[in-house]
Design a binder for this molecule. Structure first.
Ligand SMILES: [Zn+2]
Length: 285
């Protein structure tokens, strides 16, 4: 089976017709986190030519596990569930589906993805694929870097959109209803729960089901509603409740390409097969 995975990897990379989209905000002075978490710090420790004549630079970083674009491990809100290093690798690669609530967020800053929104999405776009990572596009990322706009002017009463616990419940229950498992849920806002939420019920609902969260996700406007594959790479912190995360979306690049429809379809099929192989390998290990 490994030879097949290797062949598929070669097939995808050799054709070079895939587009990669980075969904991660760079870490720096404008890194956003909720007020209860430590701010990101980047301290130069060395920079310059050494006595041997070569260049050398190095820095220290200090940050919360929940700074910037990051993953919430299930252990963040559910005792005994997976810490960030325990999340199985096959759950960190999967098809992305994007649910867009940016219209209602533009009318109400603390709007949430509702259970009805999920139902409407399913009626419009069909079933959520097995192993999917559901991303909620709120449009809030346009405020990233401006703490007053992103979190709200009063840190004790934060203002931003989120995902309702009833919508989270539908996504948790989706596997029982259809056999298709949602492995992760993310959004382009500071927290899975909206700014006014008490006791973080959406975090609790997802964490209890060992579904991880992704927060402060960027560039969701560059993703199609379906068809992208995600690779989610959180820092492997032993016992971590989460960690800074590079999120990469892969989709076919049809811009200005002479690629035929058939080639695009075979590339996507190869990528899909690669994903299936990874899941089969993990099931058989
Ligand atoms: Zn978090």
């Amino acid at each position: 089976m490994l030879w097949l995975v290797t062949c598929l990897c070669f097939c995808v990379s050799a054709q070079g017709a895939l587009k990669y989209v980075d969904l991660t905000f760079a870490f720096g002075e404008d890194t956003m986190q909720l007020p209860s978490y430590s701010a990101f710090e980047h301290q130069k420790t060395s920079r310059g030519y050494m006595s041997g004549g070569y260049w050398f630079e190095s820095n220290d970083i200090c940050l919360s596990e929940h700074s910037g674009t990051h993953l919430d491990a299930p252990a963040h809100y559910a005792e005994g569930k997976w810490t960030v290093d325990q999340i199985p690798l096959e759950r960190l690669v999967g098809p992305a589906v994007v649910m867009d609530i940016s219209d209602k967020v533009s009318q109400n800053a603390t709007a949430e993805l509702s259970a009805d929104d999920v139902t409407t999405w399913l009626e419009t776009h069909g079933p959520i694929p097995d192993g999917a990572i559901v991303l909620v596009k709120t449009g809030w990322a346009k405020f990233y870097g401006n703490i007053t706009a992103y979190i709200g002017p009063d840190a004790r009463n934060p203002v931003f959109p989120g995902i309702s616990p009833s919508a989270a419940n539908v996504l948790v229950d989706y596997e029982r209803m259809t056999g298709h498992q949602v492995v992760g849920v993310g959004l382009d806002a500071p927290s899975l729960d909206h700014g006014l939420a008490l006791d973080f019920p959406t975090h609790q609902e997802l964490a209890q089901a060992n579904i991880y969260g992704l927060e402060n996700v960027g560039n969701l406007e560059l993703l199609p509603t379906t068809g992208a594959m995600l690779t989610v790479l959180p820092m492997k912190i032993r016992g971590g409740s989460g960690g800074p995360t590079r999120i990469l979306a892969t989709l076919p690049d049809t811009s200005g390409s002479s690629l035929s429809q058939q080639s695009v379809e075979s590339l996507l099929m190869a990528h899909g097969l690669l994903f299936l192989m990874l899941r089969l390998l993990s099931d058989s290990c």
